[in-house]
Write a protein that binds this ligand. Structure first.
Ligand code: ATP
Ligand code: MG
Length: 354
């Protein structure tokens, strides 16, 4: 019997609700596996933990995460819980940096044509939407947000720093992923204006030379916002800077039904953390209506990443169950215009596991 040790971070807002739904799916999938078991340890991290104990990300929690085989996170942060400089506490970003989870993987897939605001996508004759955004997670515009600055200035700055190491390793992961898919990798940048991005492009071009079998494109971020609305089916894997990836992944989620349909993985060379792309959605927290699909699909990514034949099989079972349930337009949560609650859609997904 192989035991996998999973750290569970429910977090704040709707985090605990979507994580509980995913754990029910995990337990149901586990009964269908041979020779593997999951031991889940819950850790308190986030705005709620800060309000209780004064630290949103205790060192003991980080130490425990480092021992685990993988980490499943709900969502963290609340608009009212801020640092003295006015910015929200974002332990989910701090964890990426502490565990060096530089590779933000955000798959975007349309399960039913009615989920998309675009016409002509999905369905039997429609074009599929099926691409992955690779977001650099550890540097770029987000990385110096906590650097202390002198008080009382009548200006403030943020630094967009891209290092060779940072760009190289994330581009390499994007190309490796493209190789397993449709062999197309698009760089999204602003190399025409920003020297940091011109540098990113230079590194991308160098890495591209290592992958002659992968076709490449280079698109400016503003043009990508346009193309994602006009022709999302033409993209396979795209790689971009931290904040551009943050913004593009919300736009991309909107193409396939919203944040409740967008899973993600934050991967490094040692650790893997899996979470929905959405935040804590405080306005719908506690109502039992949050869409758990993004978290359930993140769980499937976690199981795939554990890289054992049985966990990979579980990942496929879960993905197929989600595809079957979400492929039926009768099965809609409130964010997709339906009336199923968190529990009801989770039960349907569990029933569809085969
Ligand atoms: P963050 O700063 O952490 O990215 P955010 O401020 O961008 O968070 P989200 O919490 O992602 O905001 O919410 C964006 C919108 O999507 C809100 O209207 C929210 O209610 C909705 N939303 C997010 N996740 C879900 C979900 N799982 N189910 C239903 N609606 C959701
Ligand atoms: Mg957001």
């Amino acid at each position: 019997m192989i035991k996998f040790d999973i750290s569970i971070l429910p977090g704040d807002g709707i985090g605990p609700e979507v994580v509980a739904a995913s754990l029910d799916v995990l337990r149901a999938a586990e009964t269908r596996l041979r020779g593997v078991r999951f031991e889940c340890t819950e850790l308190s991290v986030g705005a709620g933990e800060y309000l209780k104990n004064g630290d949103p990300l205790p060192g003991s929690a980080i130490a425990r995460m480092k021992q685990a085989d993988a980490i499943l996170l709900g969502a963290m942060g609340l608009p009212s819980v801020r640092w003295p400089n006015g910015v929200e506490m974002t332990p989910q970003i701090d964890i990426r940096e502490k565990l060096d989870l530089y590779n933000g993987v955000r798959p975007i897939k349309l399960y039913h044509e009615s989920h998309s605001p675009l016409k002509g996508y999905g369905g039997v004759n429609g074009k599929p939407i099926d691409f992955v955004i690779i977001r650099e997670n550890c540097e770029g515009l987000f990385s110096e947000r906590l650097t202390p600055r002198p008080a009382g200035r009548d200006f403030e700055t943020d630094t967009l720093k891209i290092t060779r190491r940072g760009a190289e390793r994330v581009c390499r992961e994007a190309f490796k992923l493209a190789r397993t898919r449709r062999k197309h990798c698009t760089l999204v940048d602003k190399a025409n204006v920003l020297p940091s991005m011109a540098f990113f492009r230079k590194v991308f071009d160098e890495v591209a030379a290592e992958f002659p079998d992968v076709q490449t494109d280079r698109v400016y971020i503003d043009a990508m916002a346009l193309f994602l609305v006009q022709r999302p089916h033409t993209f396979d894997v795209m790689v971009t800077e931290n904040m551009f990836g943050d913004i593009l992944s919300d736009l991309a989620a909107g193409l396939v039904g919203g944040m409740g349909m967008a899973p993600s993985a934050d991967l490094g060379d040692e650790y893997g953390l899996f979470q929905p792309s959405h935040g804590t959605a405080p306005t719908i927290a506690g109502k039992g209506i949050a869409n758990p699909v993004a978290t359930i699909l993140s769980l499937a990514m976690l199981l795939d990443w554990l890289d054992h034949p049985e966990t990979k099989r579980a990942a496929r079972l879960i993905e197929q169950a989600v595809a079957r349930v979400c492929g039926d337009p009768a099965n809609r949560t409130a964010d997709l215009g339906g009336s199923l609650g968190t529990r009801a859609i989770t039960e349907k997904i569990i029933a569809a596991l085969e």
